[in-house]
Write a protein that binds this ligand. Structure first.
Ligand SMILES: Cc1ncc(C[n+]2csc(CCOP(=O)(O)OP(=O)(O)O)c2C)c(N)n1
Ligand SMILES: [Mg+2]
Length: 194
């Protein structure tokens, strides 16, 4: 089991210029760690759909490394996306799944078969070119450079701690995020797209 925040700290050391998108409760840590918000994309909302959107971005921006930090509940909601990704073989796409074993955002209900399911094996079966499984920080840290340099699509399943939210949604502290329009404008500017 790895602290979700530590995954992002390790990743940051090798991010370079990658475009990064995050999901779920674990993804919230990225806000405090990123040093280039212009290349960050926060897509909340419908579970599983941000994976498809970011995959589309990777297809369109073949010269940019695109990294998506998924959550396992969201991935399961749209599992067919792994076949679509593997079918297109985007060399520039790295797909992390931060697996906390539950639906932490909505109170920590268990995800089916979370103890035994092997997401990396599912991705390998779908046809990702390289897959990893981690539940130890040191192992992840040792492999991060390779993960970020190997030809994609890469799939990285990481067992992380659950940070369960129990307050009713209306009572939760809201952290300001950039709007979708700002995100698009900033990324276009970053990439020199008119
Ligand atoms: C299609 C869909 N169904 C239900 C929800 C309500 N919902 C928001 S977050 C969440 C749990 C997410 O679990 P996971 O993807 O594992 O991320 P975690 O909260 O554990 O970080 C649910 C059920 C939603 N946003 N979209
Ligand atoms: Mg989860």
């Amino acid at each position: 089991m790895i602290e979700a925040k530590k995954v992002f700290e390790e990743f940051q050391k090798h991010r370079e210029n990658a475009i990064v998108s995050v999901q779920g409760t674990s993804g919230k840590h990225w806000r405090d760690i990123t040093t280039n918000q212009n290349r960050d994309i926060m897509l909340g909302g419908a579970m599983g759909q941000s994976t498809a959107a970011i995959f589309g971005l990777a297809l369109g921006l073949k010269n940019e490394k695109v990294v998506h930090f998924d959550s396992e509940g969201a991935l399961l909601m749209n599992l067919g996306v792994i076949a679509s990704i593997a079918g297109k073989q985007p060399k520039n796409f790295v797909h992390f799944v931060l697996d906390n074993g539950c639906y932490a955002t909505t109170g920590g209900q268990p995800v089916p078969n979370s103890e035994n399911i092997d997401y990396a094996q599912m991705a390998a079966g779908a046809g990702y070119s390289k897959t990893y499984n981690f539940d130890d920080l040191e192992d992840l840290s040792t492999s991060m450079e390779e993960i970020m340099s190997v030809e994609g699509p890469v799939f990285v399943a990481v067992k992380v701690n659950a940070e369960v939210e129990n307050l009713p949604i209306g009572m939760r502290k809201r952290t300001p995020t950039r709007s979708r329009a700002e995100t698009i404008t900033d990324l276009r500017k970053e990439l020199g797209i008119k």
